[in-house]
Design a protein around this ligand. Structure first.
Ligand code: NAP
Ligand code: 12T
Length: 336
């Protein structure tokens, strides 16, 4: 990447739940944007979005639009990434892709800046942003892994509807409104009613009985932590929360770490905030963490059923650290 004072930055999928957050985070962090270009489908092309107090017109995404773009932030889904990210890279842009399309490709770095920042330097035009649930888990676990070597992770997630995009957020709203006014909820985006419910089903089911979301947590964790020996098993659950993924994480380590030691390590870890005083009802919850960029950890306890084990409760804003903030932190490393 050639060093410049300012960069031409594209957001592909700018009108989506993640894309809108990307534009906000670029503005908040004062990323050195010379020109901002926003892309979406024909549904939104022509609309305007505000950036730094100025209106920007959303353009239709087409094959030949990438000329002159330095950094392309993709969040328009796997199909769009597969079709357009290689074209953007070929035109000279560095792509930071939010979809799962390229995450497990060998030549594509999969980066969480607090965990494996050096991987950014090995890119060949595309860098992948990990899955939201994986990002927040590895930010919390890497410092513990460095101290005591994690052998195995058992995780259950409680994932917000915003992870599935703007239509999913609308569906939770409409279903809630319908039910509270004694009408029949319409089910379109999720396989069952999501309002007042929870669904052990995120992304598609695979032949091994797990969902693709669960297997992303297995494979992506090993790639980011650069350790193929870590055992990971996951259950991913959709809950009727708008923003903020929560995770109940159990780890088994080679060396003993006490709960107090873990809290001390995590208190000094980059990107982590320990929020843990249960007797005072202090623990992180999605509503409190929405809008924040850090990963919040509470309920740190020793797992008394094994020799060296810990339980933790990990919460983060899935649209920020789980997507937009992490992608823009990668861009910041790229231009450093
Ligand atoms: P969303 O709210 O549904 O937004 C989708 C965006 O893509 C919209 O801007 C939409 O534009 C655009 N788009 C759809 N089809 C298009 C097309 N044919 N051409 C151009 N643009 C098109 O979804 P989202 O939640 O923001 O998620 C988008 C992507 O981010 C997905 O790949 C998802 O897997 C990924 N994601 C990643 C994480 C993570 O874990 N890091 C978290 C959440 C989402 P219109 O306004 O024109 O429809
Ligand atoms: N199915 O980036 O539905 O792989 O919450 C992120 C979120 C896939 C991804 C979701 C998903 C991804 C979801």
């Amino acid at each position: 990447m050639i060093k410049k004072d300012k960069y031409t930055v594209a957001v592909v999928g700018a009108t989506g739940a993640v894309g809108k957050e990307m534009v906000k985070v670029l503005e908040e962090r004062r990323f050195p944007v010379g020109k901002l270009r926003l892309f979406a489908s024909k549904r939104s092309a022509g609309e305007t979005m505000s950036y730094m107090g100025e209106d920007h017109t959303v353009e239709l995404l087409q094959d030949d639009v990438f000329e002159g773009i330095d950094i392309a932030l993709f969040s328009a889904g796997e199909k769009i990434s597969l079709a357009f990210a290689p074209k953007a890279a070929k035109s000279g842009a560095v792509v930071i892709d939010n979809s799962s399309a390229f995450r497990m490709v060998d030549d594509v770095p999969l980066v969480v800046p607090e965990v494996n920042p050096d991987a950014v330097g090995r890119h060949k035009g595309i860098i992948a942003n990990p899955n939201c649930s994986t990002i927040q888990m590895v930010v919390a676990l890497k410092p513990l892994h460095d101290k005591a070597i994690i052998k195995r992770i058992v995780v259950t997630t409680f994932q917000a509807v915003s992870g599935k995009g703007k239509e999913a957020m609308d569906e939770l709203f409409e279903q809630t409104k319908a039910i509270m006014t004694f009408q029949d909820p319409v089910v379109e985006v999720f396989p069952y009613q999501i309002a007042f419910n929870c669904l052990p089903h995120i992304d598609v089911f695979l032949d091994n009985g797990y969902t693709k979301e669960e297997m992303k947590m297995v494979y992506e964790t090993r790639k980011i932590m650069e350790d193929d020996t870590i055992g990971v098993t996951a259950t991913t659950v959709r809950v009727p929360v708008y923003i903020g993924h929560s995770e109940a994480v159990n780890i088994e380590t080679e060396e003993k770490i006490t709960a107090n030691e873990a809290r001390a390590i995590l208190s000094n870890a980059p990107g982590v905030i320990v929020f843990d005083d249960p007797k005072k009802n202090i623990y992180p919850v999605p509503i409190a963490v929405s809008g924040k960029d850090e990963v919040y950890v509470g309920r740190v306890r020793e797992d008394e059923s094994i020799q060296n084990g810990l339980n933790l409760w990990v919460v983060a804003d899935n649209l920020r650290k789980g997507a937009a903030t992490n992608a823009i932190q990668i861009a910041e490393i790229l231009i450093k």
